[in-house]
Design a protein around this ligand. Structure first.
Ligand SMILES: *[C@@H]1O[C@H](CO)[C@@H](O)[C@H](O)[C@H]1NC(C)=O
Ligand SMILES: *[C@@H]1O[C@H](CO)[C@@H](O)[C@H](O)[C@H]1NC(C)=O
Ligand SMILES: *[C@@H]1O[C@H](CO)[C@@H](O)[C@H](O)[C@H]1NC(C)=O
Length: 365
């Protein structure tokens, strides 16, 4: 038992320490823009937002080794497909939730970490279930199952009511589709305008179903990320070169045009959802990528069509590994490996998305 004077001393300590703690929290620049009350961020999709869910899978699509993570806090590989943080990490930090969004598969996540959100995304996944099954990764449907399993676990700790309101106050992010374009659409030799349109319509249908499934699982606010200018990825340029052939290394504009077609259809499909208690925001990553490729020097880039890792033509996943040479200045490359943007590019994409993000987080006020 504490004597009254000891208790008094404790009280003084607490009073002295409390403002210090608040200050320390403020110094970590985790403030809440628009005084938002977002509780967590949940992420679904492919390698653009996977923070390590493939690490223990039997798949070639992993990146939990150097040089991935060279610029990550602590200079360590995590399973993120870049040299540093992803847009979803910047997003969580900006909202004021936390600095990084961990993978759901990470062992021993604290309750605090679980309550503020995780990524269920899996590199190689797509809206076409065949893409994920062919590559041995976690399909979108399975990712949503994992989310349901997560909510059940959380409800056991927090109670059903608290869990429900936590989920209602969360931002859901869905970012997928490039693998469907790369594999489902461009590996086929028999592409006609008609078959392309049919495939894109199916993709949109499946993406719409994912959004409906998330709504059923409790989501109220979804950031639906459109496709980037995928025809500019260095590996695409090596395999499916655009005009000028293999030596010019121009973007494959027809592939990007197909991505844009998907985006238009997807946006139209999303419009059906808007209601006072369920909103889907379209997130445009195509425009910032197109601008970076068009005017690289405006953003400090010197290389737009090669990956920083290896020769830059084809290396990604296991081909970009500890024995690969990497470029000395990663901030001068749009792409870190031959498919995935560098942290520098992700940061610029994040900045371009800020107006949309601000709209999303104000939905909660
Ligand atoms: C946030 O809340 C503070 C204190 O209530 C208020 O002074 C400030 O104007 C608010 N900021 C915004 C952007 O709403
Ligand atoms: C859409 O989903 C169905 C069912 O999972 C799947 O069989 C089909 O391949 C998918 N197609 C596309 C193009 O996404
Ligand atoms: C893009 O790639 C496809 C598939 O290899 C090829 O047929 C097409 O000519 C390329 N075109 C352009 C304009 O980029």
């Amino acid at each position: 038992m504490w004597s009254p004077s000891e208790r008094h001393a404790l009280l003084i300590l607490a009073v002295l320490y409390f403002p210090a703690m608040v200050l320390a929290a403020g110094k970590g620049k985790l403030h809440r823009p628009f005084n938002n009350t977002v509780s967590a961020i949940f992420v679904f999709g492919d390698s653009t937002v996977d923070s390590g869910n493939n690490n223990d899978l039997m798949t070639a699509l992993r990146s939990n080794f150097m040089p991935y993570g060279t610029e990550f806090p602590g200079k360590r590989p995590t399973g993120r497909f870049s040299n540093g943080r992803l847009v979803t990490d910047f997003l969580a930090a900006y909202i004021g939730i936390k600095e990084l969004v961990p993978a759901y598969s990470e062992p021993q996540l604290s309750i605090q970490e679980l309550m503020t959100g995780v990524s269920f995304a899996s590199a190689g996944s797509g809206f076409d279930e065949n893409t994920a099954s062919m590559l041995g990764v976690i399909s979108m449907k399975k990712q949503i199952e994992h989310f349901r399993e997560y909510t059940t676990k959380l409800a056991k700790k927090l109670g059903k009511k608290k869990t429900k309101s936590l989920i209602e106050k969360s931002v859901f992010t869905v970012s997928a589709g490039s693998n469907d374009i790369f594999i489902g659409l461009y590996s086929s030799l028999f592409r006609t305008d008609e078959s392309i349109n049919l495939y894109l319509d199916k993709m949109v249908q499946n993406a719409t179903q994912i959004i409906k499934d998330l709504r059923k699982a409790g989501a109220r606010n979804i950031a639906a990320v459109g496709l980037s200018k995928v025809g500019c990825a260095p590996a695409v340029v090596s395999i499916n070169p655009g005009d000028g052939g293999i030596f010019e290394r121009n973007c494959n504009e027809s592939m990007s045009a197909d991505a844009m077609k998907f985006n238009k259809k997807f946006q139209k499909a999303i419009d059906q959802f808007q209601s006072p208690n369920f909103r889907v925001f379209y997130v445009d990553t195509y425009t910032p990528m197109a601008e970076m490729v068009k005017n690289p020097s405006n953003f400090g880039f010197e290389n737009i069509n090669m990956g920083c890792c290896g020769t830059g033509f084809l290396e990604m996943t296991f081909l970009c590994n500890p024995t690969s040479v990497i470029c000395p200045d990663r901030s001068k490359y749009i792409f870190f490996d031959s498919v995935h943007p560098s942290e520098a590019a992700y940061k610029i994409i994040f900045k371009a998305l800020r107006p949309t993000i601000d709209e999303i987080i104000q939905f909660f006020n």
